[in-house]
Design a binder for this molecule. Structure first.
Ligand code: SF4
Length: 341
């Protein structure tokens, strides 16, 4: 039983992750309760479409676009949205009434994201599929090609996400003229890591992870993009844990921080650096990590030895009840206690 914690030395923030972090992250992932966390994740709403790659891609870009805020609210919003689309998002986009984009999905709303913005995204997807037969994968690959064959993974990924952002905003990677003008706030839904402030672009990076990573729980539908080029989708939970595991000392959650954390993770798995994203995010979402030093909750944490909050401290467990040695003489029982028994 945990009864508290004691300092062994003064707590100092790490400047580098500990060498054992890779194996501890592996242990966190191998014991992770996916059956508890996956149903809460927007990815669970996309996985049923995996048999049709185009439908999964459409469901994925819609789900990642609305992946803002509380997981239950995201799920509710997606249930309504996908109900409207029927069994095949691909057929829904093919037949989408482009001239009625303002009202086609009315009155759907999730936080500040409105039905007219998602209706307009459907128009853009129609335009993209008409221009690029390979769909969003072709768009991302065109962007990565701009970075050059020998570019670093983070540069390729930034250019790929930039092309995705351009296509979703303007209907093409080169801003070819289109018939429709976007509604207010629409362009802000698709930031680019090459844009002002170098945003982290968490939702687009998440979409890429779903489409590209071959390992569970991701879909691995895009075979031409290498998982080694992916960058971590940086949400508040992933950032908090990454910071306390010494993967970054940066205080701003932007693309540079994404690159720094992914470089740190690449040391443990160069071919699949975002392999631990799901477990890191859901360790925070589920409350497995209290984001403070809590001996009771932190005791079973697989990365406690690497966590800044526990550096130089150890958990105190209560002493187990003492058992007499097997050959010890039986304790004398007084007449009084016999009577009492
Ligand atoms: S040791 Fe505690 S605070 Fe640190 S990562 Fe694990 S659960 Fe979170």
């Amino acid at each position: 039983m945990v009864i508290g914690s004691v300092p062994l030395s003064s707590t100092v923030h790490r400047t580098r992750p500990s060498p054992s972090l890779g194996s501890h992250l592996g242990s966190l992932a191998s014991h992770f309760p996916y059956e508890r966390s996956l149903p809460q994740d927007p990815l669970a709403m996309v996985r049923p479409f995996a048999a049709d790659a185009r439908s999964a891609e459409i469901a994925g870009i819609l789900a990642s676009t609305v992946a803002v805020g509380n997981v239950k609210a995201i799920r509710r919003a997606l249930v309504i949205l996908f109900d409207r689309m029927g069994e095949s998002p691909r057929r829904y986009i093919e037949g989408f009434p482009a001239r009625r984009w303002r009202i086609a999905l009315h009155p759907w709303q999730h936080r500040w994201i409105r039905a007219d913005q998602i209706g307009f995204l459907c128009v853009r997807l129609q335009e993209i599929y008409a221009r690029y037969p390979g769909g969003l994968e072709e768009v991302v690959l065109r962007g990565m090609a701009e970075a050059g064959e020998l570019a670093a993974p983070e540069e390729k990924c930034a250019h790929g996400l930039h092309a995705l952002s351009e296509a979703l905003r303007w209907g093409s990677v080169d801003r070819a003229p289109t018939v429709f003008e976007p509604p207010p706030g629409y362009l802000r839904l698709f930031p680019s890591p090459l844009g002002p402030g170098e945003p982290a672009c968490k939702r687009e990076a998440l979409f890429l992870r779903w489409m590209v990573r071959r390992g569970f729980p991701d879909l691995g539908l895009w075979k031409s993009v290498a998982p080694s080029d992916l960058q971590i989708p940086l949400d508040t939970h992933v950032y908090w844990i990454a910071y306390h595991l010494g993967l970054t000392r940066r205080r701003t959650r932007n693309w540079r921080t994404v690159v720094e954390i992914t470089r740190g993770l690449r040391r443990f798995d160069a071919q699949d650096p975002v392999r631990f994203d799901f477990v890191l995010a859901h360790t925070g979402i589920s409350g497995d990590c209290p984001k403070r030093r809590d001996p009771e909750v932190c005791a079973p944490c697989a990365v406690r030895a690497d966590c800044d909050l526990w550096r130089g401290r150890r958990i105190l467990f209560s002493a187990p009840p003492r058992c007499p040695p097997a050959n010890a003489p039986a304790p004398a029982v007084s007449n009084r206690s016999r009577v009492a028994a």
